[in-house]
Structures are given as C-alpha cells and as structure tokens.
Design a protein around this ligand. Sequence first.
Ligand SMILES: *Cc1c(COP(=O)(O)O)cnc(C)c1O
Length: 405
Amino acid sequence: MRSTFLPFALPDLDETELQEVREVLASGWLTTGPKTRQLEEDFRRLVGAGHAVAVNSCTAAMHLALEAVGLRQGDIVLTTPYTFAATAEVVRYFDALPVLVDVEPETLNLDPERLRERVAALVLHGKEKRLKAVMPVHLAGHACQMEAIARVALEHNLAIIEDAAHAFPASFRGRMIGLPPPPFAASPGPPPSLVCFSFYATKTITTGEGGMILTEDEALAERCRLMSLHGISRDAWKRYTQEGSFYYEIIAPGYKYNLPDLAAAVGLAQLRKAHAMRRRREEIARRYTAAFAGEPALETPRVNPEVEHAWHLYLLRLRLEALRLDRTQFFDELKRRQIGASVHFIPLHLHPYYRGLFHYRAEDFPVAYREYLRVISLPLYSKMTDQDVEDVIAAVLEIVEGHRA
Ligand SMILES: *Cc1c(COP(=O)(O)O)cnc(C)c1O
C-alpha cells in the first residue's frame, strides 16, 4: 500500500507558469490587462473560434451567456440533472426555470431523444414562447451529441449555451468543442450559440479560478464583455492606462466577472501545455481501461469513436450486483488505501433546493439516479506518475477481489 495520500486532482505547474506570473508582478499591472487579452487571443485561435471573452469562472461565463441571449423571469432552459451546481443555478439567477432532461446511459450526457420529447410536451402545454435555451454539458470531456441537440434547438429557436467546463481540449469528428454545432454553423441566422469553459483549479487547464466564453457572434461577445465589467462602456479596463481616459459610461448594471492578469498569466503557460497534458491523461485512461476491462464487477467508460475525449474525469462504474459493497463504501476503501477519489455528480434533482422547488423524486430521472449510485471518479491528471497509476489500479482490483458477491 502507498505510504502517502494520492490527491484526487493536482494542477500541472512548472517554471513556465512562474515565469509568466513573475512578469505580471514585475510589471505592476495585476488586474485585467495585456495578459488577459493575450489569453483570449491564444485560446480563441487554438479552438478556431471568432470571439473570446475571459472571465473569472465558468459560472460567470454561463451567467453572462444567459444574460446576453436575453433570458427573462419565467423562461425555460433545458439542461441535464447530471452536472455541477453551477449549470442550473445561473438559470435561477434570472428566476427562470431549469427543466431537466435525463441522460444517455453510455455517456451520461443530455439525451437528445429525451430532449425532443420534453420540448414536444412543453409545446403541447402551450409553453413554446417560454422556451429559451438548452444547456448541454460535455460530461468528463466527452462531447454531447450536438448535431441532434442542435436540430431540436433550430426547430424551436432555442439558444445553445454549452457547459464545456470539462471539455478543453476536446473535439467531435475533428471539430473542436468551442465552435457552434454544424447544424447551427450551416444555418442562415441561427439562434444564439455560446460555449463556456472553466479554468478552475481541478480542471484540464487552470488559472486557479477562471473561465472563457467563445462565440461566433460579435454582438453577443460584446454584450458579455460589457456585462463582465460593471456594464461600463469601451474597454473599461484601460481607464487607468496611459492611452485610456477617465471618462466612461455605465450602459447597464453589470457584474464584476473580469479575469485578472495574475490569473491569465498562469493560463498562458497552461494553454501551451494543454495538448501534452491531454495526451498524458489519455494514456492514463487507457491504462485504467486495459486493467479493468476484464473485470466483470467493473464497467469502464465508453468512448464514441468520433470523439476526441478531453479526459477531465475517468468515470468508473461498479456492477453493484457483483459486489458486496456499495459505491460509498468503495470510495471509503479507496481512501483507506491512500487513494483520493470523488463522485461526479450528485444529480441536481436529489438536492434539497431543487427537490423543494420542483417536488422531484429520485426516479424522475431514472438513468441519472441509477448511474449516480454506482459511479466513482478515479484520479486523472498529468502530474500522476506511472507508479501512482499502478497504485490506483492495484487498489481498485484489491477492493473488488475482497468484496465479490
Ligand atoms: C467546474 C464546473 C463548473 C463551474 O466552473 P467554475 O469555473 O468553477 O465556475 C460548471 N459546470 C461543470 C460541469 C463543472 O464541472
């Protein structure tokens, strides 16, 4: 057994981040400035997107995206129960309604067929005018079926706001997450489309806290930028520079969501390593899958061959009928063996706030509920050594061996 605890997640930092941060500290310009603009430009180019707005979290990014598409009180936003708190809370900021749609069993991503059914039912109940947006989540970094989702969105003029917190760098049929789905790209005057990324400490690239909005629509990007810094007009961040002016105008009551240069500097170094870090995570994921594939009590993540997976998370599923312990006990057994694990996610409809608001029962989203009970996230980050990976594999197999039904 290991002598030290293996954390569930660790950032991959080295001299390059330190160098970038030193430059910022030496420059005396700590808040939003040239490093943040550079990060926007580099990120935008890497994905091939039209416009980028850096913000201080993915939560902020999704809030601004919903504001930019004009979400109003009582509007409906369709999303998945299988996500983090942020995806639905931003809908509630507007007193709008997150309507949950169950997930596909294989990927745990929003199920386009269930989406189509749910939208049809809402239309039948006279709610068509309230339908505003759909927010798919690329869970673990595996792309959603965006073509099918986009077709439903096009039929009903729904904005698409992608929660891509896990999905950088990732692609579907060679097209990176961050670009509008093909049916939107091909359609004249499609509904609004924005993609939101997270640079939170545990994510695939990090700035400590941070996020990014990508869109092809310049007006949407400008609205997000305006609202990310107090609703102040014209490059508000420049007002303390030599080229700036004291004069500004408040156009709308905006927010304080700007990404500081101190954080963006870390992101610049991370961005340069993004593909190398992804390759290392993929290698680790392959080793896990090779080690677990023959074990009947375990189910390894399935990857659609058209997908280039970001591998933010490795979601191992337990066949509980083959084991004498449940997922929570499995988690505890890993911890006892010095392995940090986690669970992604406790579906939204099981949480007191949403249960209270919508009177949900666990079985309302049967796939999300059933899969949640047997899923466990193993450590997956580029800083892991080969020995770390072997230790995780040994611990998992030992627990299975000791607890067969
Ligand atoms: C981490 C996460 C977010 C929120 O990201 P922040 O940058 O911390 O705001 C949103 N959605 C999902 C699915 C996440 O995992």
